[in-house]
Design a protein around this ligand. Structure first.
Ligand code: F0G
Length: 481
């Protein structure tokens, strides 16, 4: 809920910033959009950014930075060792996250590589609420196995459960008893669980997880990449936290974890990643791996400018006006889309608005890649670039028949990047696409040996549905872009 009430009763997400540097974007005519998509092999990752009107692929590295972050970059101390910038980073980690030691890496997945190499052993089990792609990769590459513990309701797109990212604590204890605590280096909690639609977990659930972790002497590893938003939704949705300041809630999340790591491309709006802990022995192990794979322990593959921007960004992550911007826009988008009858992931999550592609295209089987069809259709009718999140991006040649838990289309809302009229334009075109959804047809992958599917491989439509969609667009919109 916005802090400002409108006289006419509308619930409009009002921005608490001004835009002083902007970047021009262009919207191609519809037939050129089709050509661009054909050239990209119908995979939105392969589109040239110059052909994209609103880039809703991801919020990773695409959030707006602040004036103070840009200013902070100018005072970077590039010393290889003993840099003042690293000192300031340590202070910010201490002030905001409350942790003593900080280990930098060049991005989130690099931090995961470092953590798993340093702290996981062959045959270990990592229970978690839900996986992120890069996390599973690094756990399995290091000989571990993931056990996921969200409740089945997490996969129901339409829901009124405010905390679909919660761990089922009964299953958590069963898992520990089954494999043995000595096999579990940590329980991983992912803030605002990305792949199930940016859904948070509650603090009451987290306290229970902590109690179980203490009972068995297991660490908690917090993926804080989307922690600001998770803390904001706790303030909004969980009884007892409404009057607490965002920075206090953030602090509780970090105090309950033994290790906190995050992709700084999201939290702090810069580049890179950090791993934070109070445990000196863990810090030593992490340092050893960082020095081999990332760089010296005070920069870990980042430039000192990025380190400065992260330090400043950490302080800004405690500002509710800033952290609430993206979730409020997503809420606006999702609530309006639901009113229009479009199947969305609810309650509205963070990072982006998520469409349930299985329901959107209930005339297509999962094997025809409905999420890729919706993403392609949306680009054709709007120039908006979304992302497929489901079976295609989880494809692995070792398990070719694997079907993902959800088939989602993600429309990311990087912080402070899009305006409300751009949001309304996207809603308008999505509604048109929904009304014309029967025109969306099946897709297939045009595999290139050795090429990763979801992120790189071209697709082909199995019928001429894209040109029929363009014809219908022209019929309905005339000469409008
Ligand atoms: N953890 C979470 C929850 C993430 O969302 C990401 C990245 C990572 C770890 C890995 O961080 O990209 O810096 O290596 N998510 C991006 C996305 C890629 O588009 O959602 P990274």
């Amino acid at each position: 809920m916005s802090k400002v009430r409108f006289y006419n009763g509308d619930d409009i997400p009002l921005e608490f910033h001004r835009a002083r540097i902007v970047q021009k974007v262009r919207l191609l005519p519809v037939d050129e959009r089709l050509q661009a998509l054909e050239k990209a092999g119908y995979n939105t990752y392969r589109l040239d950014s110059r052909d994209v009107f609103l880039d809703m692929l991801t919020d990773s590295g695409t959030n707006a930075m602040s004036d103070l972050q840009l200013a902070s970059m100018m005072r970077a101390d590039d010393a290889y060792a003993g840099s003042e910038s690293f000192r300031r980073l340590e202070d910010a980690v201490h002030d905001v996250l409350g942790k003593k030691y900080v280990v930098p890496a060049h991005q989130g997945r690099a931090a995961e590589n470092v953590i798993m190499r340093a702290l996981l052993r062959q045959g270990d089990i990592v229970p978690m609420n839900y996986h992120f792609g890069s996390t599973v990769n690094h756990i399995t590459l290091n000989g571990g196995k993931v056990v996921e513990l969200v409740s089945p309701e997490a996969f129901e797109s339409a829901s009124d459960n405010p905390f679909k990212g919660n761990v089922d604590t009964v299953r958590l204890e069963e898992c520990i008893n089954r494999y043995g605590a000595e096999k579990i280096p940590f329980i991983r909690m992912e803030a605002s669980t990305n792949l199930i639609g940016g859904q948070p977990f509650s603090l009451s659930n987290y306290y229970q997880v902590r109690r179980i972790a203490d009972k068995y002497g297991i660490r908690i590893l917090l993926d804080a990449t989307l922690l600001g938003e998770n803390a904001y939704l706790v303030k909004q949705r969980e009884a007892g936290y409404g009057d607490m300041e965002l920075k206090e809630i953030l602090r509780i999340f970090c105090d309950l974890a033994d290790l906190v790591y995050f992709s700084a491309r999201k939290l702090t709006c810069a580049r890179g990643a950090l791993i934070c802990t109070d445990d000196f022995q863990d810090k030593l192990k992490l340092d050893q791996v960082v020095s081999v794979f990332e760089g010296y322990v005070t920069y870990g593959g980042m430039s000192m400018k990025e380190i400065e921007a992260i330090a400043q960004g950490l302080y800004e992550a405690t500002d509710e006006d800033y952290i609430s911007q993206s979730p409020s826009f997503i809420k606006y988008f999702v609530e309006h889309a639901v009113e229009m009858g479009i199947p969305m992931v609810t309650p509205p999550g963070v990072l982006g608005a998520h469409i349930d592609a299985k329901l959107f295209c209930d005339h297509l089987p999962v094997q025809a890649y409905p999420a890729n069809s919706v993403v392609a259709g949306l680009y054709i009718c709007s120039g908006v670039r979304g992302m497929e999140g489901g079976t295609a991006s989880e494809y692995s040649p070792s398990d070719p028949g694997h079907i993902a838990d959800m088939e989602l289309v993600r429309l990311a809302f990087p912080r402070r990047v899009f305006t409300l009229s751009q949001t309304m334009f996207t809603l308008d075109r999505l509604k048109w696409l929904y009304d014309n959804r029967r025109l969306l047809g099946p897709m297939a992958y045009d595999d290139i040996p050795g090429m990763v599917r979801g992120f790189r491989t071209p697709l082909k439509p199995l019928t001429d549905w894209p040109s029929r969609l363009v014809a219908k667009f022209r019929e309905d919109f005339g000469d409008s872009l």
